[in-house]
Design a protein around this ligand. Structure first.
Ligand SMILES: O=C(O)CCC(=O)C(=O)O
Ligand SMILES: [Fe+2]
Length: 360
């Protein structure tokens, strides 16, 4: 990252004392590990009538993980390892280029996609550099939102490494399939039809981010990524073998390290599932520690609905005894408001689903 290789702490990166990572290693029970072997990708969708006993067991495990942790890890997911290795290798080559080269595809105020090295989370700079691309191009911007949505969403592909674009697109295709399968299982775990969520993604705004966390000379003061919740629907994250992701345990608020497992994915519930499920499944805070010796690479896929989607608690999951806890959130307007505040460092927090909470 060039300008980050400094010995004196730059105050922009310093977390306030209560948010600094503890130096002690916490290794209690981690997030659940779930084996997806029972899932058959040949079926277009799992049907409730044909769901085998093993699928039913899986659905139960996923439901419990979503409720207790908001996070779980999956193995035997059928995303081809070679596709994953190819995007990881391309990402490493890209981040290894000079800053001058990388900023040729830098994010700006109009188009948020591409390279960025100065992201702030809750007003503290993250010790990382990123590259973002959208999975579906062109992004469908409905006429009703053209006024609000003053952004362009066009992927900016770097010239180097030459295989970068293809590696990204091929990986996106595979990981997207996994995300939809997981949404079927999550729907079933909520007692819904497996394809209940499918319609929200025809014109999806899903994106993939490449996160590169360089070694940091003061890992006790800074974070690779500050505490946050993912705003989308579901996140499917590939992390390398370095580790550093921590999840806030719901039972006691303790930060729990997620152990890297070869060829696994970390799955977490985003804010939109929280709203659809009327707080049945909550989006959980997480953050990333850095270390002083090793680089770390992580690749989240963020499943996100179409811009015109109105997200509100699902009728099937609410009743007189459990009335809707949120008013309608238009995803396009929500995104647009958050993107506006994202670029500038401001003293107010981003718009949150909490702002749509109804007082019951
Ligand atoms: O790097 C990680 O492990 C987590 C990344 C993450 O939480 C994010 O990009 O939203
Ligand atoms: Fe995240």
């Amino acid at each position: 990252m060039g300008d980050l290789e400094i010995d004196q702490p730059d105050s922009a990166f310093i977390q306030s004392p209560q948010h600094r990572p503890k130096s002690s290693i916490i290794i209690p029970h981690g997030i659940p590990l779930i084996d997806l072997s029972p899932v058959n990708y040949q079926d277009e969708t799992i049907t409730t009538t044909t769901a085998s006993l093993s699928i039913q067991g899986l659905v139960k495990e996923i439901g419990e993980a979503c409720k207790e942790w908001g996070f779980f890890q999956v193995i035997n997911h059928k995303v081809p390892l070679d596709k994953r290795e190819r995007i990881e290798e391309s990402a490493r080559k890209f981040f290894g280029l000079s800053l001058e080269e990388k900023i040729k595809v830098r994010r700006d105020e109009v188009n948020f996609l591409g390279y960025f090295e100065a992201e702030h989370t809750k007003n503290v700079r993250d010790w990382k550099e990123i590259y973002d691309f959208n999975v579906q191009q062109p992004t469908f911007i409905p006429p009703s939102l053209e006024q609000d949505f003053q952004f362009k969403w066009e992927n900016r592909w770097p010239q180097n490494p030459p295989e970068f674009r293809e590696a990204c697109q091929e990986y996106a295709e595979e990981v997207e399939k996994l995300a939809y399968k997981l949404m079927e299982l999550i729907a079933m775990s909520l007692g819904l039809e497996p394809n209940r969520f499918r319609g929200f993604f025809m014109h999806n705004t899903s994106n993939i981010r490449l996160n590169h966390y360089p070694p940091c000379p003061y890992p006790h003061l800074a974070l690779g990524l500050g505490r946050h919740k993912d705003t989308g629907v579901l996140t499917v994250l590939a992390q390398d073998d370095v580790g550093g992701l921590q999840v806030k345990r719901k039972s006691d608020g303790e930060w729990i390290q997620v152990k890297p497992i070869f060829n696994s994915f970390i799955i977490n519930v985003g804010d939109m599932i929280q709203v659809w499920s009327n707080d049945g499944y909550e989006s959980v805070e997480h953050r990333v520690m850095v270390n002083s010796e090793k680089d770390r690479l992580s690749i989240p896929f963020f499943l996100k609905p179409a811009l015109y989607t109105d997200v509100k608690p699902l009728e099937e999951l609410t009743n007189d005894g459990n009335p809707p806890k949120y008013s309608t959130i238009n995803w396009g307007k929500f995104r647009s408001a958050r993107m506006q505040s994202n670029f500038t460092k401001s003293n107010v927090d981003n718009l949150q689903i909490y702002d749509f909470k109804l007082s019951l």
